[in-house]
Design a protein around this ligand. Structure first.
Ligand code: AMP
Length: 414
């Protein structure tokens, strides 16, 4: 069912409480090393302010596990947001409590307040209803623009929506639209390229995509669990013993349903260790000897994957093809990234490592859509309902036909 979006509600003179995903990476000096997530929420921030509302932003940052961690305060985020917006952002030292309430009460339209890291309170991850109510009491309307945490049932993503009229922000809306199209009506052939270390993280996704994709290309360490399941020796390569049965089942399902073909590496770049400047060699699919580990896809595999990419109309990519952090084993992942950048298909990329490679090669602008939510995008494409999305109010028929709901009296709809 279609969800309410910020365009559907009257924002003038309201206090808007917006959950954003400002969980940005920080370097050793505590400086933001990548502000993509802050920039991704700018359309919603600007829209809300332009409509004459005041804005209370909430987010988590890192994993403070329910207590105050000085290095994980939101201060650097507030500074960066001020720089970008060229506007004052008042950062508070908590997200609930008397002082916060007093400040919020005094807010005027156009003001922005950034609350402290929600995960400083253990009640956040417990989705504690009292804590959620305290957050909700700060605003008149709740907007969720944090797609990256939509797969978590937390107080600031799900709990708060029980107490306030709630709507999606522009980022949330775009993510759901793009990923939803992939699941329901992709231009075909639709292919998925999956890599990374753990099969376990991607089993659900693989199962769901078997019915939707024409081809699934598997690289990275996860491919060795599949090769092992086929009886191929993988030497010292990383593989997951307790996922062999599931890998076998997935390969059999793909073979049986005939709709989707799974492609595994035809050859590998191997070495004795995953280290810089180590001797490497290229070997055939069944040529990994017992003292070697496969750390990247080989040239034959790159050629095969490129050919399939070129025939595709829709492509989803998540996960590196090898240990891309080390130059010697980055070629496979980089070749895939470059091919995707040149592809005419609609290309959607999710997951931190894949995005890091695109950034390193300065190819982000050549990709149709980069999802800001790694885990959330995987869960969405598994076909799961994301709790953070489910909690948002449904758009009513009369809104769909163009009559905007003014949410008079600010009653919750559903
Ligand atoms: P994941 O978090 O499951 O997406 O895994 C990402 C990690 O997988 C990266 O740090 C890669 O270095 C690692 N990786 C990819 N391919 C391999 C491989 N063949 N052997 C060991 N690690 C790998």
């Amino acid at each position: 069912m279609e969800k309410l979006s910020i365009e559907d509600i009257e924002l003038k003179d309201k206090k808007v409480l917006m959950r954003v995903d400002f969980n940005v990476p920080l370097n050793k000096e505590g400086k933001i090393s990548d502000d993509t997530r802050i920039r991704a929420s700018l359309p919603s921030i600007k829209y809300i302010l332009d409509k004459g509302a005041s804005l209370i932003l909430i987010s988590h940052l890192g994993r403070p596990k329910g207590k105050v961690v000085e290095e994980l305060r939101m201060n650097p985020v507030a500074h960066r947001l001020e720089e970008i917006l060229q506007k004052r952002v008042l950062k508070l030292n908590d997200c609930v409590g008397e002082k916060v309430r007093e400040t919020i009460e005094k807010m005027e339209k156009g003001d922005i307040v950034l609350l402290e890291n929600t995960r400083f309170h253990k009640e956040e991850e417990e989705n504690d209803p009292h804590f959620a109510k305290e957050l909700a009491d700060l605003g008149d309307i709740f907007v969720n623009d944090a797609f990256g945490t939509a797969h978590r049932s937390h107080a600031s993503t799900v709990g708060v929506a029980k107490f306030l009229p709630s709507a999606m922000g522009f980022l949330m809306k775009k993510e759901i639209k793009v990923l939803g199209k992939i699941l329901t009506s992709p231009d075909v052939p639709f292919i998925a390229i999956l890599g990374g270390a753990k099969v376990s993280d991607k089993i659900g996704l693989l199962c769901n995509l078997l019915d939707k994709c024409e081809s699934i290309l598997i690289g990275g360490a996860m491919s060795y669990t599949f090769l092992k399941a086929k009886g191929i020796d993988v030497g010292k390569s990383l593989w997951e013993k307790n996922k062999i049965d599931e890998a076998k089942r997935i390969l059999e399902d793909a073979h049986r349903n005939k709709r989707c073909k799974i492609f595994l590496p035809l050859d590998h770049i191997v070495a004795k260790k995953a280290e810089e400047e180590i001797d490497t060699k290229s070997v055939k699919q069944n040529g990994i000897s017992s003292d070697y580990m496969a750390l990247d896809i080989g040239p034959e595999t790159i050629k095969l994957f490129k050919r399939i990419i070129n025939e595709a109309k829709t492509i989803f990519w998540n996960g590196p093809m090898g240990v891309f952090e080390i130059k010697e084993f980055a070629k496979g992942t980089e070749a895939i990234a470059k091919e995707l950048a040149n592809s005419k298909a609609s290309v959607v990329v999710g997951g931190g490592d894949s995005i890091a490679v695109l950034k390193r090669l300065d190819l982000e602008d050549k990709i149709t859509f980069i999802s800001t939510g790694g885990g959330a995008s995987l869960k969405f494409l598994e076909g799961r309902v994301l709790p953070g999305v489910e909690a948002i109010n449904v758009k009513r028929e009369r809104q769909k036909t163009g009559l905007k709901n003014r949410i008079k009296g600010l009653k919750k709809q559903d």
